[in-house]
Write a protein that binds this ligand. Sequence first.
Ligand SMILES: [Fe+2]
Length: 340
Amino acid sequence: MPDQQETLLIVDDEDIIRRLLRLKLSNEGYQCEEADGAEQTMNTLATSPIALVILDIKMPGKSGIELLPEIKSGFPDTAVIMATAVTDVNVAIQCLKQGADDYICKPFNLDEVSLAVQRALEKRRLQLEVREYQQFLEERVEEQTGEIRKLFLGAIEALVSALEAKDRYTGGHSRRVTQIALALGKELGLSPQDMEDLRWASLLHDIGKIAVDQTIQNKPARLTPEEYEHIMTHAHIGAEIVRPVVNGKISEMIEHHHDHHDGSGLHQVIAGNDIPLGARIIAVADAFDAMISDRPYRSAMSVKEAIDEIKRSAGAQFDPLVVTAFLKTAEIAATRAQIL
Ligand SMILES: [Fe+2]
């Protein structure tokens, strides 16, 4: 028994042929619509859900051959059976190559018409089922990927917290930098994907400190140039550590998070807008949080002093565009930094 939802459209310029087909197919339980030419066909397809079109090849005006590609591109889920005179079989085969599902020959053997309709509808049902299943699988994969990413991010967060917990000066630093950086990213109008990358890069920006000598990092005095150089290797080491598990944009942000906008940073190879925007954002967020935190060799600056220092460094250490965004969000950033 045909599916009640499946409506057929019979297209023929001859009224008697449409009536003949309609009679046969209605008797078999199909809902039938009719069209006498190209225009009516396209209008009916646009307004009703049609499962299958029986399309006459020879019609005045636009022929079935011309109409077929329009139907297939506008309504790819609609099956099409071409109706042709016996002498046009070659043309009908040509139509199969262009996406028609079958052809029937005039004069019609009505039982064959009925069989062709059944076959084409069955094929269409299977195609729709396969596509639905594919969509279902794609959604599941997307869901699972999201879950895995969430778990991984959670594990990384825990690792970063554990690393920072060893050091009373940097506890919670990466989490605060992430919050400030995301506020700046929002202010700068970053896309959701760029925001996601920025979140990862901020959280992981100092992961390379795992390889840094703790006695140098916690030295209660100013660092010698050699010691400073050693500490600064953490940017490159961090990028190398995360490269196998994150995308290239994230590792680049980590690699360049200590670059100075004017190119004056240590062993710097790029400057200005060549530095990834995310790295320029993290640079400001990182410096701000570091300035308002105690360090082994100095006590914390006030929030106001830190903001002034960042303002002074616009165009030198920091990208002026990011500093402008920072000043706009400074109040929020400062509040967040204070309550954490
Ligand atoms: Fe750093």
